[in-house]
Write a protein that binds this ligand. Structure first.
Ligand code: SOE
Length: 385
């Protein structure tokens, strides 16, 4: 029997759109008991939220998120609003017994994330953080290959997350979209916004990071604030590089910036082990590259004249998620990662095995982000519990 799940969406920006699209499409492509209904959305600016509600087919809207959270006809609160709003909404929504899906990063810092985890666990409400890149089929396939032992003993993990949209010094900080440049709203710069994705993926594939040593830089020191109209100091990290030691003994390097001219959403990783290597690049998202040195089961080495990187086109029915989409060779894109993630969340409600990453897992990523920022401030290695 289908079960209606009434969604209350908070926020109407990039993520409000990405998540709304997922709610609209998920039942068309995945067979699920739960059927999201776009019940209501909320944001302060009435003209914007009204237009958003009309565009996506929400039945109603509110101009105060608290009203949405209090409504009896809402089962699930989705948080797509800026980072400094996440905690308060989560605490209220958990108290009201709502399921919660929260955009990444979970919080502004570890202290907030801890309160949020305690709130959802106390209330016993299902929860998930939208780390959507885990649901790129090629990245999910990478996880499968690691779990099958194809990489063997890992030595190196190398991640880059590069963009170029803040190079111009006249880009303001603050306000819609540009709140990511205002530390009081975003919490941090590339560390929380971009490296949080890289860290989530890295720990999923290669296990926990034990300690980090980081260096950050803010290239443009002052920017006009879109809300005050005044030139104000920039307090976010424009770039961040860090070294990591993983609990499994492998070494990691992570680099992120919004000053890599020509790079738009260049999110890559490479994992090297004694039996093989993996490489992924989000600007070529249909492919996972795999180097097979030896078979995981027999230990048999690939014949020398046949070694080389395989570029796997991840579109077969046998590949993660792909049996829900088109026919082999036909690709899916960015928006489908959110649909895949939502399908996993809804399946988790059905089976009783919660989908990951939940808030506790989001807290773990937050701990690594905070350790990275602390290390950059103090110029030393920082351990992560
Ligand atoms: C920043 O530009 C951003 O939109 C991030 O906030 C998203 O999480 C990332 O997926 C794309 O880039």
């Amino acid at each position: 029997m289908p079960k209606a799940l009434n969604v209350g969406m908070i926020g109407y920006g990039f993520m409000g759109r990405a998540h709304s699209n997922a709610y609209r499409k998920v039942n068309q492509f995945f067979k699920l008991e739960y059927q999201p209904v776009l019940k209501a959305c909320a944001a302060r600016k009435e003209d914007k939220i009204k237009a958003f509600a009309e565009n996506w087919g929400y039945e109603s809207y509110e101009t105060d998120w608290r009203k949405l959270v209090e409504r009896d006809d809402i089962d699930l609160i989705d948080i797509g609003s800026p980072n400094n709003t996440h905690k308060e909404i989560v605490l209220a929504a958990a108290e009201a017994g709502k399921m919660i899906l929260c955009e990444k990063p979970l919080a502004m810092n570890v202290a907030e994330a801890e309160e949020m985890v305690a709130a959802v666990e106390r209330a016993g409400v299902p929860n998930m953080v939208w780390f959507n890149y885990r649901r790129v089929p090629a990245i999910t396939l990478a996880k499968q290959l690691v779990d099958e032992g194809r990489i063997g003993k890992p030595f190196h993990y190398r991640a880059l997350y590069l963009q170029d949209w803040t190079i111009a010094a006249d880009v303001p900080q603050g306000g819609q979209a540009l709140w990511r440049l205002d530390a009081s709203v975003a919490g941090s710069g590339v560390t929380g916004d971009l490296l949080a994705h890289s860290i989530d993926t890295a720990e999923w594939l290669n296990g926990p990071i034990r300690r980090v040593c980081a260096r950050t830089e803010t290239f443009v020191k002052e920017r006009v604030h879109a809300e005050t109209g005044k030139v104000e100091p920039v307090n976010i990290d424009d770039a961040c590089m860090f070294l990591a030691e993983f609990a499994n003994g492998s070494l990691g390097t992570f680099e992120s910036t919004r000053y890599a001219r020509g790079r738009k959403n260049f999110n890559t990783f490479e994992l090297n082990g004694d039996r093989g290597s993996l490489y992924f690049d989000l600007e070529d998202p249909q492919y996972l590259q795999y180097f097979k040195y030896a078979d995981p089961k027999t230990g048999q080495k690939t014949e020398a004249h046949l070694t080389g990187w395989q570029k796997i086109h991840v579109t077969n029915f046998e590949h993660p998620y792909m049996d829900h989409w088109w026919v082999p060779g036909c690709t899916i894109g960015y928006e489908h990662t959110f649909i895949n993630a939502l399908a996993d969340f809804l399946k988790g409600l059905e089976t009783g095995t919660p989908a990951q990453p939940d808030f506790r897992s989001g807290l773990r990523t937050q701990k690594v982000c905070d350790a990275v920022l602390q290390s950059a401030r103090e110029g030393r290695w920082v351990e992560i519990e």
